[in-house]
Ligand binder design. Structure first.
Ligand SMILES: Nc1ncnc2c1ncn2[C@@H]1O[C@H](COP(=O)(O)OC(=O)CCCC[C@@H]2CCSS2)[C@@H](O)[C@H]1O
Length: 372
């Protein structure tokens, strides 16, 4: 049966079989899946699942998905360098690290994501982007949209409407790209602007651009019309009737083992801990009881954990021993505000009833968590 050649290691349930059969038995097959979920971790888990389990030798897959407001960083990026984590927490905007490389983008329900899965041999980003351009031109024939050498899509030669990233496995590959249709363009530049200074890192930097929504150019270009048009063009490419299979990424009967994949993508160890090793070299001032204290902070952070920490300040303000106590408690801990608050409050509780020292540790703790 066809399904046996479709799947390498797993068995798909009946609902999937039916849709697969619908696409006939020709060698060129294109399956279109659309997620019902707006949860970034669930959608990234679908990508992982298809990458790990589907046989893409005789079948290409297009996955369409949208997320609630989230910043998505590349595999080798530093979130503290790429975005404003405080603003994101304040606004309830999530953070996800994807498996592919490249830069940082903002997603919300006005942004469509397209993932093109193929065998490694058939992987061709320009072909996919040309398909997207054709789809957009079906909707608005005079739309001025071009692909660049770095696989961005530009509107009117100037405004980025799509960014690309990809993952090449041993035999399979995927190319995924965004399409800004009607995203929140006022928050986008604010969340992608890091307020933190003094980060020294070799992590992949993003390449900022001027962005625009497609709906701003033509009100007809909404997420729905654009997704439909891309699905139509993709079907046309594979001589299929346009048929989009709606999938639920939490359905273990369709995607066995997917909840574990989602869990992996949600962990602190993946999102923050995978940040390439970096240093923070910075200085700041503390205003305390009519005096100004100059503080120099140097930290090395590896796997998201503080490997070394040096706080240099006038010892008349905080003795060397008290300063060392603070440094020592931080070394080995996560570079994370909740962990730092917990550790400093533990330090305060175990110390003698010295109110002045407790206040000073608290002030330093506030400064530290402001950069986390
Ligand atoms: N949603 C979206 N679409 C297009 N461009 C964006 C978007 N958000 C931000 N930007 C702009 O791109 C740069 C970063 O460009 P840069 O080239 O550095 O990175 C990318 O493009 C990565 C694209 C990843 C696509 C994946 C597909 C599914 S999961 S995420 C950023 O500073 C903004 O100026």
């Amino acid at each position: 049966m066809l399904i046996q050649s479709t799947l390498k290691r797993i068995r798909l349930p009946v609902s999937f079989h039916t849709s697969v059969v619908k696409f006939g038995s020709s060698v060129r097959q294109g399956l279109i899946l659309q997620s019902v979920s707006n949860n970034v971790y669930e959608n990234l888990a679908v990508e992982d699942w298809i990458h790990d389990h589907m046989n893409l030798e005789e079948k290409n897959v297009l996955f369409l998905w949208r997320n609630s407001p989230t910043v998505v960083i590349g595999r080798h990026q530093n979130p503290w360098k790429e975005c404003n984590l405080h603003l994101m927490r304040e606004k309830g905007i999530g953070l996800a690290r994807r498996r592919s490389g490249g830069g940082t983008v903002f997603h919300d329900l006005g942004n469509v994501n397209l993932t093109f899965f193929t065998s490694k041999k058939k992987y061709d980003r320009m072909e996919n982007l040309n398909l997207v351009i054709r789809a957009l031109k079906e909707l608005e024939p005079f739309l001025n949209v071009q692909a660049t050498q770095r696989y961005d899509l530009l509107l009117d030669g100037k405004y980025k409407i799509s960014g690309t990233a990809s993952k090449l496995g041993r035999t399979v590959a995927y190319h995924h790209c965004t399409l800004l249709c009607d995203a929140d363009s006022s928050i986008l530049p604010l969340v992608l602007q890091s307020p933190y200074t003094g980060i020294q890192s070799n992590a992949t930097p993003s390449v900022p651009s001027l962005v625009q929504n497609l709906s701003q150019a033509h009100s007809s270009l909404t997420c729905e019309t654009v997704m439909d048009a891309v699905a139509k063009e993709y079907s046309f490419e594979y001589d299929n009737k346009p048929h989009v299979q709606v999938v639920d990424p939490t359905d273990e009967t369709i995607f066995p083992g997917i909840s574990q994949k989602k869990q992996d993508l949600c962990t602190w160890e993946w999102i923050y801990g995978k940040t390439p090793k970096f240093d923070i070299v910075t200085s700041f001032q503390i205003f305390h009881e009519d005096s100004v204290i100059d503080v120099k902070l140097t930290m090395a952070i590896k796997n998201g954990c503080i490997e070394s920490c040096s706080i240099v300040l006038p010892y008349q303000w905080l003795s060397k021993g008290q300063c060392d106590e603070l440094q020592n408690i931080l070394v080995g801990s996560k570079f994370c505000s909740s962990e730092t608050v917990f550790l400093v409050s533990t330090l305060i509780r175990t110390s003698p009833q010295d109110y002045e020292v407790q206040t000073k540790w608290n002030i330093l703790c506030e400064k530290l968590i402001s950069i986390m």
